[in-house]
Design a protein around this ligand. Structure first.
Ligand SMILES: Nc1ncnc2c1ncn2[C@@H]1O[C@H](COP(=O)(O)OP(=O)(O)OP(=O)(O)O)[C@@H](O)[C@H]1O
Length: 664
């Protein structure tokens, strides 16, 4: 995209005006026509007033001579009523114009917000929404759209409001031209536009500087939000961070404000003085010409004409000012829309290539050789395996491979546990399985068929995934669970069954409105849950998906927030409930992991070990090492807590299987 500076100022201004005009069309023809008419009327009324007031003044001598009831008196009254009508009309039309402008702005902004929401929720994957540049554009746009200070809609209403101002200027110039001199009228218009250029041009440059500081402004927004964030509030107090943060807030604001102050001095001072001097010179010439003509005894300029010209000229000159309703909105408002457009192109550029690569179309899996089900509308019931076939992946815009030619087979109907150190790529693997990202190379095959052959929604309907950072929706507890299969959101008996299965029924029944209680304290009748209770909600959600036909369950750290008792019971209860399902379980808790049918160790982007718990312990590799590390923590504390246990000095590096089993 060509930058604003490269295009040059006139082209930039023209394009900005065209952009606003195009966007304004979204307000709809009736509203736009109404706004234009109201603005034209608001622009014309002051001109009518100036003309009528001058006529009133000119008719006073004759009316005084003629006396009450005379024809001259009546014509004075006629002119007076026109002037008064024009004056009162302005008072009435001005707020109407403001309201119609607001309607235009709301219509446009509403449609822009709809577009943003539609675009943000329509991406197949999450890659674009994880791209910091795309997110920054979205935040910039959202700030103006939400606060409704200088939004795109305000820019549209502001540009329409210019019609009123320029109708007024044209009217005054017309009066001066018709009554006195077209040259003087042209001079007036030039003077006003010079004043305007000095002001509005400065504002445009100032706005450019402000846009360059978007990053700093977003940082300020973040820090401001942090100051009132309940979670951060705890740590800020407990760790005594208040003074540190105050200083950070001060510094951050200064980093944003200082360049703005400097820009204001640089941009406004000399150009403003320069353009104002030119404007004043032109004004002085027009006034001198009018005065000279009026003073000339041979001139046919009447008192009415003279008053009309001077009043029109002065009124025109007063238009060489900052237009509150137009200038800031048109200078700044479209910035948010630029961010919206960058957001759209960022989303489009970041969408994963979901097509099945040509080479992959002939790929055959040992379990199901043959042709892939290219573009099949439905996903068949899994029967053999889900296989990661030489899957490599790096995040968009990054070089580092998170998964590197990874081969992994998940047997259908069995439970596979995935272990690995922090950052090994376990959650990333789940994102690929759910097609939130697509592999950089390689493929994921369901019974030999590349899952990209299927419509993404149909594939996802086969999965019930609970992420480590699962969502906590501010809706009722029942809906939080039912979101696992939104097509069955009304199935209260089903929701109840899975809530009981995860041991949450008593806790939810104790809430003010039972399962209908909104899970957010700030909502009326709402309540919040503990971390472990939220985790059970997430588990119930996964079970609800399973119950309603998602045969593949993926649980990323499902027991991380469960208490020891709940964790101990988790696996048994869960395998009973999830009997027959294909489960991928990610956990750092070996007490959970050890009970899986198959355990897979992920390291350096590849599977380095796989087998049952016993096989992996016997192999004495990475799994055995990690297992012992965790087991030692328990045996140490058990030993320390047991004063009369003579076995406290057991070889911690090699606990017996029995000890480990007891501890875990
Ligand atoms: N959206 C992202 N963009 C760029 N890099 C990412 C993104 N998400 C994760 N990563 C990086 O990918 C690597 C693997 O992360 P991942 O969350 O898959 O690990 P994990 O094995 O699940 O870790 P943990 O056990 O801590 O949950 C990490 O180095 C992480 O920084």
């Amino acid at each position: 995209m060509t930058s604003r500076k490269e295009r040059g100022v006139p082209a930039e201004l023209a394009l900005a005006r065209v952009d606003i005009t195009v966007l304004t069309r979204r307000a709809g023809a009736p509203l736009i026509i109404l706004d234009v008419l109201v603005n034209v009327l608001l622009g014309a009324l002051p001109v009518v007033f100036v003309v009528a007031a001058a006529v009133v003044l000119g008719r006073v001598p004759a009316a005084v001579d003629g006396g009450l009831g005379s024809h001259a008196w009546d014509s004075l009254l006629d002119a007076f009523f026109v002037a008064a009508g024009a004056f009162i009309g302005q008072q009435i039309v001005a707020p109407v114009r403001e309201s119609v402008g607001d309607l235009v702005a709301r219509q446009v902004d509403g449609k822009v917000i709809d577009d943003v929401m539609a675009a943000a929720t329509s991406t197949t994957g999450v890659g674009p929404l994880e791209d910091p540049r795309v997110v920054e554009d979205l935040r910039t746009a959202a700030r103006e759209l939400e606060t409704w200070v200088q939004s795109p809609g305000q820019a549209c209403a502001g540009q329409l409001a210019l019609i009123g101002r320029y109708t007024q200027l044209a009217g005054y110039a017309g009066v001066v031209g018709a009554v006195f001199s077209w040259l003087a009228a042209a001079g007036l218009v030039v003077a006003v536009m010079l004043f305007r250029y000095g002001l509005r041009g400065g504002l445009r440059k100032y706005a450019d500087v402000r846009f360059e500081l978007d990053g700093a402004e977003l940082k300020n927004d973040y820090l401001r939000a942090l100051a009132i964030d309940a979670d951060a509030a705890k740590e800020i107090r407990v760790f005594g961070l208040i003074d540190w943060f105050r200083e950070l807030w001060r510094q951050s604001y200064l980093e944003w404000l200082k360049p703005l102050w400097a820009a204001r001095r640089r941009i406004y001072l000399w150009p403003f003085v320069w353009f104002t001097a030119w404007g004043m010179a032109v004004t002085a010439s027009v006034m001198a010409l009018a005065g000279h003509t009026a003073a000339d005894p041979g001139s046919d300029l009447s008192l009415t004409d003279f008053v009309m010209v001077i009043t029109a000229a002065l009124s025109a000159l007063s238009l060489g000012e900052f237009y509150r309703e137009s200038d800031l909105p048109t200078a700044v408002g479209m910035h948010a829309y630029d961010a919206v457009r960058r957001f759209f192109s960022g989303l489009a550029a970041g969408e994963p290539a979901a097509r099945v690569p040509a080479a992959r179309e002939s790929a055959a899996d040992s379990t199901a050789p043959g042709t892939p089900a290219a573009d099949a509308a439905t996903v068949p019931e899994p029967s053999g395996t889900i296989r990661f076939d030489k899957v490599s992946f790096h995040y968009p815009g990054q070089q580092r491979m998170i998964l590197d030619e990874l081969d992994l087979t998940l047997p259908i109907g069995r439970c596979t546990a995935l272990v690995g150190v922090n950052g090994a790529g376990k959650t990333t693997l789940v994102k690929l399985l759910a097609r939130l990202h697509e592999p950089t190379s390689g493929a994921i095959l369901l019974d030999g068929v590349d899952i990209r052959s299927y419509p993404v929604d149909a594939w996802r309907a086969k999965l019930g995934v609970i992420f480590q950072d699962f969502a906590r929706y501010e809706v009722s507890a029942a809906d939080n669970v039912a979101f696992g299969s939104v097509a069955h959101i009304g199935d209260r008996a089903g929701v109840r069954a899975v809530v009981e299965a995860v041991g949450l029924a008593d806790a939810l029944d104790a809430l003010p409105r039972g399962m209908d209680t909104p899970l957010a304290r700030h909502l009326e009748g709402g309540a919040d849950l503990s971390g472990g209770q939220w985790q059970r909600i997430a588990l119930a959600r996964a079970l609800f998906a399973l119950r309603n036909g998602s045969p593949v369950l993926v649980l990323d750290e499902p027991t991380a927030s469960l208490d020891v008792r709940a964790e101990a019971g988790f696996f048994k209860e869960f395998t009973d409930l999830a009997h027959g399902a294909t489960t991928l379980l990610i956990s750092h808790r070996f007490s959970t992991v050890r009970q899986a049918d198959l355990i897979v160790v992920l390291e350096d982007g590849r599977v380095t070990e796989h087998g049952s718990h016993e096989e992996l312990l016997a192999a004495d590799g990475r799994y055995a090492h990690l297992f012992r590390l965790q087991a030692d923590r328990f045996t140490d504390s058990e030993d320390a807590g047991s004063e009369d246990d003579p076995g406290g000095g057991k070889d911690a590096a090699a606990p017996s299987e029995e000890t480990v089993g007891r501890a875990l």
